[in-house]
Design a protein around this ligand. Structure first.
Ligand SMILES: *Cc1c(COP(=O)(O)O)cnc(C)c1O
Length: 401
């Protein structure tokens, strides 16, 4: 976020299109500054920066928005995943199947919860975990499977649940990117034991620092997560969790959400659906402008939406063969892009001990080579989208600037 609160819509300066940053929400802040300010001042006057009312208010608002029985506010999407895995009953050494193509937290959370990540490939068409690859990865130590909803749509939950039922696995969702995404009216994160939300600043609903939430319809999962986020405390005692015998699993920590973050999020939540609609408009414009260009695939417009699902474009992804060349060209032109994700998790050094080799999960590896995220946020202008597309077209058709 830029420091000024009065700058015009991103990518537009005096009618001239200048730089297009990958992410910028200064206009959003300018617009809702009064609400954010009064919410924050209430917290400051109240003096309750932790265990205050803002976090509880946000939790109730998230329950209304998502339809979850419980929303548990925590300090990040990553910790929400750790708490979810532990509260859903993961025991030390048990395996959790996660996609190899996702943000690191999906797999590192498994490690922090005492488990072992096992990697599956993604679908042939799409970026969700492939149910067949999940079935092939099941062992007698497998306890859970974690579909991750990336970019603009849900993973194949129906397919994942079919495999989970066959093998008696618990489904936990990494829905960190999926605020607003629903299937058959049910919000992301609620198809199994629970899911998470991330409020990292660049996410669709972003705080002014780190924050996250756990979503669940399961009373026991919610109660355990609430204790785990606060040292395992239940009143003045440190709880022993029913059915979990290993102390490394029951010991709580500090994963609480700051009330100031909750105050900001409460103000931004009111605008969330408007922002989601704006993202859709801009994403369709990218689709329309990029369609038919040689050597590029505009992912949101290209992949069919599964019946009953709505789409929320958190990231507008394109696939290009010469991804790094295009990213460099756009950077030269002052256009920010991001590579989600540069290296598949099974080939990351921190998981080398698991023994995976290049070629083991080819679709995940290919996605890491060709995917590029374009600027997309509510404050972006149509003319900025056009400028990005013009630059892409010039690059792909061999034109010079
Ligand atoms: C952002 C993200 C997370 C982690 O959330 P933080 O709030 O940054 O800890 C986890 N998984 C996915 C898929 C994400 O995009």
């Amino acid at each position: 976020m830029k420091s000024t609160l009065t700058s015009p819509t991103s990518g537009e300066r005096d009618g001239e299109i200048s730089a297009v940053p990958f992410f910028d929400q200064s206009e959003t802040f300018r617009r809702i500054w009064p609400e954010i300010r009064s919410n924050c001042i209430r917290v400051l006057d109240d003096g309750k920066f932790s265990h205050g009312t803002a976090v509880a208010d946000l939790e109730r608002a998230l329950e209304r928005y998502t339809g979850a029985r419980h929303a548990v506010g925590v300090n990040s999407g990553t910790d929400a995943l750790v708490l979810l895995l532990r509260a859903a009953g993961l025991r030390p050494g048990e395996e959790v199947i996660v996609p190899a193509y996702t943000f690191a937290a999906s797999a590192t959370a498994v490690v922090h919860a005492g488990g072992v990540p096992v990697f599956a490939d993604i679908e042939e068409h799409g970026y969700g975990i492939d149910p067949d690859s999940v079935a092939a990865a099941v062992t007698d130590r497998t306890r859970m499977v974690m579909p991750v909803h990336l970019f603009d749509r849900l993973a194949d939950l129906r397919g994942v649940h079919r495999v989970a039922r066959t093998h008696g696995l618990t489904v936990v969702e990494d829905s960190a990117e999926a605020v607003g995404m629903r299937a058959g009216g049910a919000h992301a994160g609620l198809s199994g034991a629970g899911g998470v939300l991330s409020f990292f600043p660049a996410k669709t609903l972003g705080a002014v620092g780190d924050a996250g939430a756990l979503l669940t319809d399961d009373d026991a999962v919610a109660e355990t997560a609430r204790m785990l986020r606060h040292h395992g405390r239940s009143g003045r005692t440190l709880a022993a969790f029913p059915g979990i015998s290993n102390p490394t699993v029951v010991t709580g920590g500090n994963s609480k959400m700051d009330d100031l973050q909750a105050a900001v999020l409460l103000a931004k939540l009111d605008r969330l659906d408007t922002d989601i609609e704006r993202r859709a408009v801009l994403s369709r414009r990218y689709d329309d402008r990029l369609r038919g260009l040689p050597g590029v695939r505009s992912v949101p417009g290209d992949l069919p939406v599964r019946p009953g699902e709505n789409r929320v474009v958190y990231v507008h992804l394109i696939e290009v063969d010469d991804r790094d060349g295009l990213a460099a060209r756009l950077a030269d032109a002052g256009i920010g892009t991001e590579v989600y994700y540069p290296r598949p998790l099974h080939l990351q050094p921190c998981f080398a001990h698991l023994g995976y080799r290049a070629g083991d999960l080819p679709r995940a590896e290919a996605a890491c080579r060709s995917a590029l995220a374009l600027p997309l946020y509510a404050d972006l202008s149509e003319s900025a989208v056009d400028r990005v597309c013009d630059e892409i077209a010039r690059h792909l058709t061999g034109g010079s600037r």
